[in-house]
Design a protein around this ligand. Structure first.
Ligand code: UDX
Length: 439
C-alpha cells in the first residue's frame, strides 16, 4: 500500500520505517528541510537502537523516502498517518496546534479520498474533530475516513516494540476503514483490537496513566520500606509473581520521566477536569512522582548538611537508558537544585551528554567516561541505570573518589555488593549501607 507519514519525530520516523519494512511504500513528510536532508542521506535524526540500519535498507529498496513537499509526498497515498507532537501546555493540557496544522496541510494537498490515521496522542474526541476540520478544507469530491491508531512504543526499544507489541489498537467510525487498517498492519502479526474512535483515544491515555500509577505506587511502598526496614526489591519480586499484578513497572526509583508519562498524565487530569471529573488518584500519582524526583537531594542534604563546594558526580542524564532523551528526566530537576545549593557538578552520560547543553543552562562540567567524573568527587548520584554504570565494580568508587558516597536513584547494585565494596550507599526503598569507618 502507498502510505504517507506526516512528522519525522520519534513516533513518525519509527512508524514510517516500520511500515516500509513490512512492505509498504512510504513517504515521510516533515516541514523541517534540515531534518529531511539528513534523513535523505541515510542519517537517522533520533537515537534509537536498530532504526538506522532498517531505515537505510528500505531507502535502498526504494520503499522509503523523505520530503518537505506535501503535494509530492501525498501523491497516490491511500492512507496518511499524522504523527506530530502534542506537547504540554502551561495548564497541563495537550497542545493540538501541530496536529491541526498537519491535518490542514493534508486537507489542502490531497487530490483523492484517503484514510487519515492519527498516531499522535490526542484527547478523547480529537479524531472526530480533526475529521470535521479536514472535511471543511478538502476539495470537492474528496472525502476523509478517520482512524485512531495510538502507539505504545518505549524509547530505546521502539523497533522491538513495533514488531513484538502486545496489541494494535484501531479505532474507527466504520467497518471498512477498520478492515483497511487491519490489512496494513497484518504483516506485524500482532493481535488487533478494533474499537470506536473515543475508546481508542482513551486506551492510550488510560494505559500510560495506569503504568505511571504502578510506578508511583511502588515508589510510595519504597519510601515506606525505608522507614520500616523492608527492601522494596524483595517486595516487588513477591508482588510481581501474582499474575494479577504482574512484575512489570514495579521498579522503584527516582520517578518516571520521558516524553509520555508526565505529559499524558497531566493531560488526562486536565481532560477529566474539563468534564467536571476530579481525577484525584492520578493527581496523587503526579504529586508522588514530583516528590520522588527530589528525594535524592533530600538524602544528600541530610547526609552532608551543606552541599556547598561539594564535588558531585552525576551519573546518567537521560530519563532512562538506551536513549539520548532528556525530556522530563529527573536530571533536569536535580541538577539545577544541586547547582543552587552551591555544588560543583560533573556529569557523565554515555549517549545523552551531547544533549546536556540544550537542556541544562546551569554551569556544569561534562566528562567522557565515568572514571573522569568520579575522580576526586565527594559523592556520586546515579540518575540513569546505563549498563556501563550498572556493570561497574562498586570498588571503583572507593578507588577514584575523595569519599566513596553513592546516592543511587536506580538501585543498580545489590546491597551485599555495596557492603563488600565498603562504599557508603543510599538507594531507594532499601537499607542504607554505612561502613564502620564512616560512622
Ligand atoms: C512509555 C510507555 O511505556 C509507552 O508505551 C508509551 O507509548 C510512551 O511512554 P517510554 O517513556 O519510552 O514509554 O519509557 P518507559 O520504558 O515506559 O519508562 C518511562 C519512565 O518510567 C522512565 O523514566 C523509567 O525510568 C520509569 N520507570 C519505568 C520506572 O521508574 N520504573 C519502572 O518499573 C518502569
Amino acid at each position: 500500500m502507498k502510505i504517507a507519514v506526516i512528522g519525522t519525530g520519534y513516533v513518525g520516523l519509527v512508524t514510517g520505517v516500520a511500515l516500509s519494512e513490512i512492505g509498504h511504500t512510504v513517504t515521510c513528510i516533515d516541514v523541517d528541510p534540515r531534518k529531511i536532508e539528513e534523513l535523505n542521506q541515510g542519517i537517522p535524526t533520533i537515537y534509537e537502537p536498530g532504526l538506522g540500519d532498517m531505515m537505510l535498507k528500505n531507502q535502498q529498496r526504494n520503499r522509503l523516502r523523505f520530503t518537505d513537499q506535501h503535494r509530492a509526498g501525498l501523491e497516490g497515498a491511500e492512507a496518511v498517518y499524522l504523527a506530530v507532537g502534542t506537547p504540554q501546555r502551561a495548564d497541563g493540557s495537550a497542545n493540538l496546534q501541530y496536529v491541526e496544522q498537519a491535518a490542514l496541510d493534508v486537507a489542502e494537498h490531497i487530490q483523492k479520498s484517503v484514510i487519515v490515521v492519527i498516531k499522535s496522542t490526542v484527547p478523547v474526541g480529537t479524531n472526530q474533530r480533526i475529521k470535521r476540520l479536514m472535511m471543511q478544507h478538502t476539495r470537492p469530491g474528496v472525502s476523509i475516513k478517520i482512524a485512531s491508531n495510538p502507539e505504545f512504543l518505549r524509547e530505546g526499544s521502539a523497533i522491538h516494540d513495533t514488531f513484538h507489541g502486545d496489541r494494535i489498537i484501531i479505532g474507527t467510525e466504520d467497518y471498512e476503514t477498520a478492515h483497511v487498517l487491519e490489512e496494513i498492519n497484518a504483516p506485524f502479526g500482532i493481535p488487533v483490537v478494533k474499537t470506536d474512535l473515543f475508546s481508542s483515544e482513551m486506551i492510550k491515555y488510560a494505559s500510560n496513566a495506569f503504568l505511571a500509577t504502578k510506578i508511583s505506587f511502588i515508589n510510595e511502598i519504597a519510601n515506606l520500606c525505608e522507614k520500616l526496614g523492608a527492601d522494596v526489591e524483595e517486595v516487588s519480586k513477591g508482588m510481581g509473581l501474582d499474575h494479577r499484578i504482574g512484575n512489570a513497572f514495579l521498579k522503584a526509583g527516582i520517578g518516571y520521566g520521558g516524553s509520555c508519562f508526565p505529559k499524558d498524565t497531566n493531560a488526562l487530569v486536565q481532560l477529566a477536569g474539563n468534564h467536571h471529573h476530579d481525577f484525584n488518584l492520578l493527581k496523587s500519582v503526579i504529586e508522588v512522582n514530583n516528590h520522588q524526583q527530589c528525594l535524592l537531594i533530600e538524602k544528600m542534604v541530610a547526609r552532608f548538611g551543606s552541599l556547598h563546594d561539594k564535588r558531585i558526580a552525576v551519573l546518567g542524564l537521560a530519563f532512562k537508558p538506551n536513549t539520548d532523551d532528556l525530556r522530563e528526566s529527573p536530571a533536569l530537576v536535580m541538577i539545577p537544585k544541586l547547582v543552587e545549593l552551591g555544588a560543583d557538578v560533573v556529569c557523565y552520560d554515555p549517549i545523552a551528554a551531547n544533549q546536556g547543553a540544550r537542556w541544562i543552562s546551569e554551569p556544569v562540567a561534562y566528562t567522557k567516561n565515568v572514571a573522569e567524573s568520579l575522580s576526586g568527587a565527594d559523592c556520586a548520584v546515579i540518575i540513569t541505570d546505563w549498563p556501563d554504570i550498572k556493570r561497574m565494580n562498586p570498588e571503583t568508587y572507593v578507588r577514584l573518589m575523595r569519599t566513596p558516597i553513592v546516592f543511587d536513584g536506580r538501585n543498580c547494585y545489590p546491597i551485599p555488593v555495596a557492603r563488600k565494596a565498603t562504599i557508603e550507599y543510599y538507594s531507594i526503598g532499601r537499607p542504607d549501607v554505612v561502613p564502620e569507618i564512616s560512622r
